[in-house]
Ligand binder design. Sequence first.
Ligand SMILES: Nc1ncnc2c1ncn2[C@@H]1O[C@H](COP(=O)(O)OP(=O)(O)O)[C@@H](O)[C@H]1O
Ligand SMILES: [Mg+2]
Length: 327
Amino acid sequence: MRVAVLAGGRSSEHEISLASGEAVRDGLRRAGHEVLDVRIARDGRWSHEGRPLSVVPGEGLLDADVAFPVLHGPYGEDGTVQGLLECLGVPYVGAGVLASAVCMDKLVFKQVMAQAGIPQVEHAGVEDVRWRNERAAVLGELERLGLPVFVKPVALGSSVGIVKVSAPDELGPALDQAFAHDPRAIVEAMANGLEVECAVMGDREPLASQPGEITVHAEWYDYEAKYTPGGMELVVPARVPDAVRERVRELAVQTFRLVGVSGLARVDFFVDGDEVLVNELNTMPGFTQTSVFGKLFEASGVPYDELLDRLARYALERSERERAYRH
Ligand SMILES: Nc1ncnc2c1ncn2[C@@H]1O[C@H](COP(=O)(O)OP(=O)(O)O)[C@@H](O)[C@H]1O
Ligand SMILES: [Mg+2]
């Protein structure tokens, strides 16, 4: 296959995407595919082999059979690029427009999960306009969550903009900071216990990996812990009872289907004893060879290169299926 790998992007996760993109290009080549290197600069400009890239709706992308948007965060993992790829008419790896958008928005994602009775942390959404006009009322409503809480912009990744608040007077500044990124924030009660992650892949019948456990030296899994060498350690399988491990895998697949993801996802959990809470679903998790997603499948018997090969094939399968629908 001729696979166009899109990397970079407009979000603060630009550099991480470049590293993921390089690993994906190498792996696809080793799996026998032809690779086209498409870069998206921080300002949003696309290029291929150093030259600006223009696209025409309906005319595909560089004659690629499949596009692989290895992009994280806003304008990459949130349905925008997926929408453009739909307009170009090129099959692409990973979630479509709606699922990408839902999973990028922590509040909407939690609302969808709540509707289906999926266990998750107590939380509340806060809008910047309300925060400006009714500060005291907002603070009063947030009291039910207790302390500590995690304050987050609703649509970022890599822990950017997230603050753990342990004292009442830190809550206001944390919200102010969240609103520098997004007009909406989410405030969550703190979950105790382990952080467990489960990788999922497939089209209509997704397959869950062995769950892995994240251990960090820091207080929580912040940006530093994620990207400083040695900042985190992945233990596979997670050190939880068999029944809990199965519950994680089952919830991972259930969540994947509920939001209508396709291709791949990494579903993240908090596990406290027997209690398993869904934290979030990442539609394009970190994708280097040492990233959690690849390691979880490697530990489950699917080596990295084969994983990439399968993902490209799922993209074709989905595109063929969707083309058969009448609209
Ligand atoms: N409600 C919570 N309880 C405990 N820890 C949390 C909670 N929310 C976030 N964290 C910590 O912050 C990290 C990043 O939060 P997350 O919601 O996963 O954002 P991101 O999309 O940036 O990864 C988590 O991996 C965890 O360490
Ligand atoms: Mg996370």
